[in-house]
Every structure is written in structure tokens, then in C-alpha cells.
Design a protein around this ligand. Structure first.
Ligand SMILES: CC(=O)N[C@H]1[C@@H](OP(=O)(O)OP(=O)(O)OC[C@H]2O[C@@H](n3ccc(=O)[nH]c3=O)[C@H](O)[C@@H]2O)O[C@H](CO)[C@@H](O)[C@@H]1O
Ligand SMILES: C=C(OP(=O)(O)O)C(=O)O
Length: 427
């Protein structure tokens, strides 16, 4: 397994480009299953989860063409199989997003249950309940969701007990080809859900209420291929902004969108950052100052994103003052805290809250990445820590950050990857 070795102490300074959003690319690639002809998707990030998605689609018999410049072309008309097997689903929970499209278009899907996850139990009951309300017959056997839709799905009035991003996406995709109208109440409003809805409408779907908590989807007979560009990754953007803030540096991030990041930018300004934004860029400057600790409470969009919680834990651990971080979306998303304590951070977990007392400095240590954003938190902490930090199990980070070490190097960070094959015993 690859490792990252980071020597802390450099104030980041420079410009980088932000990649396409992982959490928009995944449903959009899987949404291609709904079309009657090929789709071409641009700004697809080079990530492990994207490779997994393409493998998932490829195993179903879908024809894929990947081109550096023009993007990914997906021709679903060659599909021969409607199964998503455990060996892929266990490495990427978002595989569950094939369920809605397969059921709507092919009337059948066998999708492995994703199982638990480092950040919480993450059940998919609301996905299944919504599909059942649309007339699907669903059984769970041998760890698989076995679903059929007989003569087709029917429009339904669905109230989501809890705001769920992939749940909303799955049901919205299923509803595009259902007979009649589906209403999804208490729908997720995340920018990635909006991007998926815009893409589906471009394919011929009739979705209204996009970006609100009530989505109305009028079923159509068929969807056709289209060309679509994935929106920028707001979480990658936020992560590099925090990296600059905690190293007391400055960055300009290009090909991104400040409109999706209001809650995060507000917190960075509260921490003492000067922020400027343009149509497709954001810059941050700490003017060499230490950040101030900020209180955070995660919640569904447009509130503060849970996917930025760990990065702000890193910021608070070296900030001036004391603050609390409250996690309300996932029950166990503090796996980074223990590793941070090993780097000298003064963090205490009390239920779903972390009390952070900012330290003047952190110290480098060997640490273990446990999930995607926990890994990002450890990399950020390592950028300010005295001495060297070795981050193990970085396959988690490769799920969500394109070329992380190259981008950080471009900003001046001392970071290098040790591929598992190149490792000697004493590295
Ligand atoms: C691929 C993708 O887009 N992943 C994002 C998506 O994950 P994901 O869509 O899996 O997360 P959800 O929005 O579904 O989860 C929110 C909460 O709802 C609960 N829940 C969800 C579904 C369900 O059927 N039953 C249930 O109880 C979950 O356990 C969790 O506590 O949104 C999360 C919350 O913004 C982000 O952290 C993830 O990065
Ligand atoms: C939790 C995340 O992703 P996933 O839902 O794919 O696990 C994330 O992107 O932070």
C-alpha cells in the first residue's frame, strides 16, 4: 500500500486547478444506464472511485471509451447483465446508485448490499422504501438486494424520513422512466444532486423543483444520450483552502465555483482568512497570520458539509483559541481524532462533539488513514507539524483527491508518495 511522507512547516503559496466533483461524477456516470444512446461526460476526475464505477459498468456489458481530452463515452445499449457484485460494491458504497437506473430501464437489478463503513452504519433503507413505493418488488437475500419492477415503476409520493444524497439521486433516476409523476419530499439539495438533475433533464427527463427540498419528476418513455460537463469539486476546493489557511499561506484555486461553498467560506473568513472570488476561481490569503478556532456544526446542504468536518478539525487543532465541532450527519465520523492526538492535538470527543483546544504546534508522527476525509485531515495536519509525518493507507485518499501530492507540491508543500513496490523496510 502506498504511503505519503510529508515534512511540515511550509506556508502554501500558488495556484492550482480544481477537478470535477467525485460525488457528481458517480451518479452521472451511473445515470447513463437510463439512456437509449451514448452519453459523453467531460471533467471526470481521475480517481479510484471513477475506475471502480467504470469497471462496474463494464462488467454489465456497457461499452466505455475513455479519452483524456473529450471525456468518458458510455454506450449503455450493449448492456447484458444487471448485477453489481460484492467485490466492487464493498470498495465503493456509491455503487448502490445503479439500483434505480437498472430497475427503471431494465426492470431488474441485483445489487450487493454495501454493508457498514468507517464513518457510520449508513443503511440504504430509504432507497429501498422509496423504490417499493414506486411498485418495485425487493428482497434481500445472501447479502444482495434482488429487485424487479414487473410491468414498470409507477410514480409515487415519497417523503424521505431523513435527507439522503444518494437516496434522493437513486429515486430521482428511477422516477425519470416511471409511469406518472413522482414527488420526493425532504429531498437533498446538494449541488451534486442539482448537477445530476440538470444532466437528466438534458437527456429528456422532466424534473422540476431542482435545488429545492421538493422534487417533482414526470416520467417519460425514454431518455437519450447527451454531452455533459461535471461541476467542480466543492470538497476538494474546501480542502485546499483549509490547507492554505492552516499553513498561514495563500492560494488561488481555478475552475471552481464559490457559490457552492458559502458555509465553508464563511467559516474560513471567521478563522481570519481574506477571501476573493471570481466567476470560476477563489483565492485565500492568511497574510501570514495564525487561524482562529471556529465552531462547526455539520448538516445537509446548504449548511456546513460533513465532508469538510475533518479538515476543519485539523485547522482548529493548531488555531488560536477553543472551539467545538458537532457532527450531526454520521454517527462515527471522528476516526481522525485519535490519530491527530498522536500528533499532539488537544482534541476531546464528547458524544457527537469534538472540543478542540488549539495548540501552538503539532509534531510529525506515523499515522493511519481510515477513510477519505480523515486522510485529508491527517495530510493537512502534517503540513503544519514539526518534522516528518508518514500517512499510511492512502488508498482512501486516492478515492477522492486527484493527484493530491502533485497539487500540494505545486503549492510548495514537501510531500512525496512512496509506492508500495518501491518501499524499503526502513522507509
Ligand atoms: C457518493 C456521495 O455522494 N457521497 C456523499 C453522500 O453519501 P450518502 O448519500 O451515502 O449519505 P446520505 O446523505 O445518504 O446520509 C445521510 C444520513 O442519512 C442516513 N441514511 C441514508 C440513507 C438511508 O437509506 N438511510 C439512512 O438512515 C445515513 O446513515 C446518514 O446518517 O452524502 C453524504 C452526506 O452529505 C456525504 O458525506 C458523502 O460524501
Ligand atoms: C463519504 C464520502 O464518500 P462516500 O459516500 O463515497 O463514502 C466523501 O466523499 O467524503
Amino acid at each position: 500500500m502506498d504511503k505519503l511522507i510529508i515534512s511540515g512547516g511550509v506556508a502554501l503559496d500558488g495556484e492550482i486547478r480544481i477537478s470535477g466533483a467525485k460525488n457528481a461524477a458517480l451518479p452521472i456516470l451511473m445515470g447513463a444506464l437510463l439512456a437509449d444512446s451514448a452519453v459523453r461526460i467531460g471533467n471526470v476526475p481521475h480517481l479510484h472511485d471513477i475506475t471502480t464505477t467504470l469497471e462496474l459498468l463494464g462488467r454489465m456489458g456497457v461499452t466505455l471509451t475513455v479519452d483524456e481530452r473529450s471525456g468518458v463515452v458510455i454506450d449503455p445499449t450493449t448492456l447484458t447483465d444487471t448485477e453489481a457484485a460484492y467485490d466492487l460494491v464493498k470498495t465503493m458504497r456509491a455503487s448502490i446508485l445503479v439500483l434505480g437506473p437498472l430497475l427503471a430501464k431494465y426492470g431488474k437489478a441485483d445489487v450487493s448490499l454495501p454493508g457498514g463503513c468507517a464513518i457510520g452504519s449508513r443503511p440504504v433503507d430509504l432507497h429501498l422504501r422509496g423504490l417499493q413505493q414506486m411498485g418495485a418488488d425487493i428482497r434481500v437475500e445472501n447479502g444482495y438486494i434482488r429487485a424487479t419492477s414487473g410491468k414498470g415503476l409507477k410514480g409515487a409520493h415519497i417523503f424521505m424520513d431523513q435527507v439522503t444524497v444518494t437516496g434522493t439521486e437513486n429515486l430521482m433516476m428511477a422516477a425519470t422512466l416511471a409511469q406518472g409523476t413522482t414527488t420526493i419530499e425532504n429531498a437533498a439539495r446538494e449541488p451534486e444532486v442539482v448537477d445530476l438533475a440538470n444532466y437528466l433533464n438534458q437527456m429528456g427527463a422532466k424534473i422540476s423543483g431542482i435545488g429545492t427540498a421538493t422534487l417533482v419528476i414526470e416520467g417519460v418513455k425514454s431518455l437519450s444520450g447527451t454531452k455533459y460537463q461535471i461541476l467542480p469539486d466543492r470538497i476538494e476546493t474546501g480542502t485546499y483552502l483549509v490547507a492554505a489557511a492552516l499553513t498561514r499561506g495563500r492560494v488561488k484555486l481555478k475552475d471552481t465555483d464559490a457559490n457552492q461553498l458559502e458555509s465553508v467560506l464563511l467559516k474560513l473568513e471567521e478563522a481570519g482568512a481574506s477571501i476573493s472570488v471570481g466567476d470560476d476561481w477563489i483565492s485565500l490569503d492568511m497574510h501570514g497570520n495564525r487561524p482562529k478556532a471556529v465552531n462547526i456544526r455539520t448538516a445537509p446542504y446548504p449548511a456546513f458539509p460533513t465532508d469538510m468536518q475533518a479538515q476543519f478539525t485539523a485547522l482548529n487543532s493548531i488555531a488560536e483559541g477553543q472551539a467545538t465541532i458537532v457532527e450531526t450527519v454520521f454517527e462515527n465520523r471522528f476516526m481522525h481524532v485519535q490519530e491527530m492526538q498522536r500528533m499532539g492535538a488537544n482534541l476531546q470527543i464528547e458524544g457527537n462533539t469534538v472540543v478542540c483546544k488549539g495548540r501552538d504546534y503539532l509534531t510529525g508522527a506515523p499515522v493511519m488513514a481510515t477513510d477519505l476525509r480523515a486522510s485529508a485531515c491527517l495530510v493537512l495536519a502534517a503540513l503544519v507539524a514539526e518534522g516528518e509525518t508518514v500517512v499510511e493507507r492512502i488508498y482512501h485518499i486516492d478515492r477522492g483527491y486527484e493527484c493530491i501530492e502533485e497539487k500540494l507540491q505545486q503549492l510548495g508543500a514537501k510531500i512525496r508518495r512512496i509506492p508500495s513496490s518501491a518501499r524499503s523496510d526502513n522507509v
